[in-house]
Design a protein around this ligand. Structure first.
Ligand SMILES: [Zn+2]
Length: 417
């Protein structure tokens, strides 16, 4: 086995080829960014998907398109009435470990906004919707796989292109988990942290909604007949927020809330939406048990008898804790260290970091696949109208990904397989 702290001749060719493509990558990024893919924009997603699938087929992939699952209808997110977007799976046969690369095509950006193109700023920085999160990352995958194909490296890869990561991956989650179960290593091209760090640990995340039914009444004429849904919701909110314990790795946030229609009517409905974060399965379990206990208590009287049909106020709880925490397991550490060795052999550094943010890496790893997930470009101000990408990181990170994949594929780096 050659020393992994330096590049072998094939790796050197991969690097040189990718650095020579820098100008092309910049143009390709401008093309991708100019296609709106935010907020379920079906046309933009389809155009982008077709473009990428065609490129992957040109290097030997076969493609299947799986219908997206419906999102729970109580979720916020603004596009629940649309057809769930499909997930494209592009597979290339090979002999080594099965490498799964996951990328999302959607962004958070409004297709109607003026923030609609890649605009050069200064010093190798450009701004544009999705430039870092994660159109830059998508190109890193394309460029790395094309370079590997050109170099004749035998790689068993699958690329999963999803279209709803920014709204919780409800349509693609099942496909992500299925793909994870038939792979050995997961690589996701979310943007690196601004300093280039690789995230090796992530909290988990869950969504919930609480809805209360009360009884309306005129405030002046029959106030006593009313049952205020807002009052009950306020009580429930206090209880739910009290479940937060950031020190213990449990975060609870509520907002937005809504309730009532006029100040002179007792409100007969109120609702709130919220998000929880948890550091590990135990903290997730604590939160789930606490939500169960609250739901039980609000649906029963003090003696433990269920409220009869029609009892008011009535409190409805909905929740889905669909992104489990992503801890640094031994296999993840092996993979992260392999990525660091690849980076160092390219003269790059790759510090490790933790975050409370979630991504499809959480879903892949919870399905049993060791995954690292911030192999995309360097950039920042994600989800804002000044999102930026460091253009030079397109070829740098493509070289990193190509060298890492080549080493895993050839067995030079073995990741628990
Ligand atoms: Zn992302």
């Amino acid at each position: 086995m050659s020393a992994l702290n330096e590049l072998d001749p094939v790796e050197t060719r991969l690097r040189d080829g990718l650095f020579a493509r820098q100008a092309t990558l910049e143009q390709e990024l401008a093309d991708l960014v100019a296609i709106p893919t935010g907020m379920g924009h079906a046309d933009g997603l389809e155009t982008t998907r077709a473009m990428l699938v065609e490129r992957l087929q040109a290097i030997g992939a076969t493609t299947s398109l799986a219908t997206g699952d419906e999102r729970p209808d109580w979720l916020l997110g603004g596009w629940s009435n649309q057809t769930p977007p499909p997930t494209a799976t592009c597979t290339h046969p090979g002999n080594g470990p099965r490498i799964l690369l996951a990328a999302h095509l959607d962004t958070v950006h409004d297709p109607e906004s003026d923030f609609d193109a890649l605009r050069h700023e200064a010093d190798g920085i450009s701004r544009g919707p999705g430039a870092a999160d994660m159109k830059g990352g998508v190109l890193v995958v394309m460029a790395a796989l094309e370079a590997l194909a050109e170099a004749g490296v035998d790689v068993n890869w699958t690329v999963l292109l999803t279209s709803d990561e920014e709204t919780g991956s409800f349509c693609s989650e099942r496909h992500l988990a299925e793909a994870a179960r038939s792979a050995d290593v997961g690589l996701v091209v979310e943007p690196a942290l601004p300093d280039g760090s690789l995230v090796v640990e992530r909290m988990g995340s869950g969504q919930f909604m609480i809805r209360v039914e009360g009884r309306s009444a005129h405030v002046g004429r029959e106030f006593e007949r009313g049952i205020s849904a807002v009052k009950t919701l306020a009580e429930v909110i206090i209880e739910v927020l009290a479940l937060a314990d950031p020190e213990a790795g449990r975060i609870v946030n509520i907002g937005p809330i809504e309730g009532g229609q006029a100040t002179n009517a007792v409100p007969d409905h109120a609702a709130c939406w919220g998000n929880v974060r948890f550091k590990d399965p135990d903290s997730q379990g604590v939160l789930e048990a606490a939500f169960d206990a609250l739901e039980q208590r609000w649906s029963h009287d003090d003696s433990g008898t269920p409220h009869p049909e029609g009892h008011l106020p009535r409190v409805h709880f909905e929740r889905t804790f669909n992104r489990p925490a992503k801890p640094m397991t031994p296999a993840v550490e092996q993979l992260a260290l392999a990525a660091r060795r690849a980076a160092e052999s390219l003269g790059q550094s790759l510090p490790f970091a933790k975050t409370g943010g979630v991504c499809d890496g959480n879903v892949l790893q919870s399905a049993g696949l060791p995954t690292i997930d911030t192999l995309g470009v360097r950039g920042g101000n994600l989800h804002r109208e000044d999102e930026y990408v460091e253009l030079g990181s397109l070829s740098e990170r493509a070289a990193l990904l190509a060298v890492l994949i080549k080493r895993i594929a050839s067995g030079a780096e073995s990741i628990g397989v």
